[in-house]
Design a protein around this ligand. Structure first.
Ligand code: HEC
Length: 298
């Protein structure tokens, strides 16, 4: 018996529907689930094998049933099958939407006049076009009422709203993207991994002038509450990034350190160095720094 049903088509369609559903429901961040989770690959493989085996079983059952039919029933069954039920429905809709007269009945719509043998058909407008035209009319009415009568919102408002949302998103992004910090956005880091990274940088690049315990040498004492260039994470970050006053010896480290590294070493100074008692403290320089934010809340 020849099977006319395109069973492989059903399998492929089902497979991709299940695949799509899985991708839709499994939250896997930026990557597709099939790449992010090996379990998803296994799952889809099992689905594929399952679908193929179901198709094979159904085919086999159909075959066996067919063999049990009488000759007459077999013929009826085959005749039924070859009608190919699947597409007639879609085909009918397609033809209805085209609205074309079959060539056989064209003489019903042929116009009277005859220009040297050239005749004209009075075809109707194709329904797909007419429906789309109606849709534009409905759209226009809704649009007119919504935006010209009730003034729902203007393009300017829409633009401003989107810009506001985008700004919030940028803020969010900056919070998580450590490499993007600058003196205005930097926050004190307290994670031990950041502090340890800061310690490594301090001990390799800064101790020559500030001493390992921050007591000071060529550079000022970093343990006291006096700051020449201002305390607090933002000022300290700024000093490290832009350097000290001209000719004093503190260079602009932004040429050498990445923003994230400067945030780490600045946090290390404030968390671990500042407030400790060093072995040989250098005399305090600059003013006692009071955090303006803390003052406000007091
Ligand atoms: C070549 C010596 C030298 C090195 C190396 C050096 N500094 Fe300095 N640092 C100084 C001097 C000098 C000053 C004072 C600048 C001024 O008076 O304007 C200073 C000032 C500072 C201040 C501001 C202190 C205050 O009271 O305002 C901080 C913070 C600082 N350094 C951090 C660092 C860090 C972090 C490193 C390593 C990445 C570093 N320094 C490396 C010499 C150095």
């Amino acid at each position: 018996m020849k099977n006319t049903k395109p069973w492989w088509l059903y399998i492929t369609a089902l497979f991709f529907i299940i695949f799509g559903l899985m991708e839709y429901f499994v939250d896997s961040g930026n990557k597709p689930a099939i790449i992010a989770y090996p379990a998803a690959q296994l799952f889809m493989l099992i689905i594929l094998l399952l679908l193929i085996s179901i198709a094979l079983i159904l085919n086999a059952v159909e075959n066996v049933m067919f063999q049990t039919l009488s000759e007459e029933a077999k013929e009826r069954y085959l005749a039924n099958q070859s009608k190919s039920t699947g597409w007639t429905w879609g085909k009918k809709i397609y033809e209805d939407l085209l609205g074309a007269k079959p060539i056989a009945t064209e003489d019903e719509i042929i116009l009277d006049h005859n220009y040297d043998g050239i005749r004209e058909l009075n075809n109707k407008l194709p329904p797909w076009w007419v429906y789309m035209f109606y849709a534009t009319i409905v759209f226009a009415v809704v649009y007119l009422v919504r935006f010209h009568i009730f003034d729902d919102y203007t393009q300017v408002m829409e633009y401003e709203q989107q810009v506001a949302v985008a700004k919030l998103e940028i803020e969010e992004y900056k919070k998580t993207a450590k490499g993007l910090v600058d003196a205005s956005t930097v926050q004190l880091l307290t994670d031990s991994s950041d502090i340890n990274a800061g310690k490594v940088i301090f001990e390799s690049t800064c101790v020559a002038c500030h001493m390992a315990d921050g007591g000071g040498g060529i550079g000022p004492n970093l343990t006291d509450q006096n700051w020449i260039l201002g305390g607090g994470i933002k000022n300290v970050f700024n000093t490290i990034s832009e350097g000290g006053r001209d000719g004093k010896g503190m260079v602009a480290w932004k040429a050498i350190l990445k923003p994230a590294e400067m945030a780490q070493v600045a946090s290390y100074i404030l968390v671990e160095i500042n407030g400790k008692i060093p072995a040989n403290p250098k005399a305090a320089e600059g003013d006692i720094w009071v955090d303006p934010n803390v003052q406000q809340t007091e």
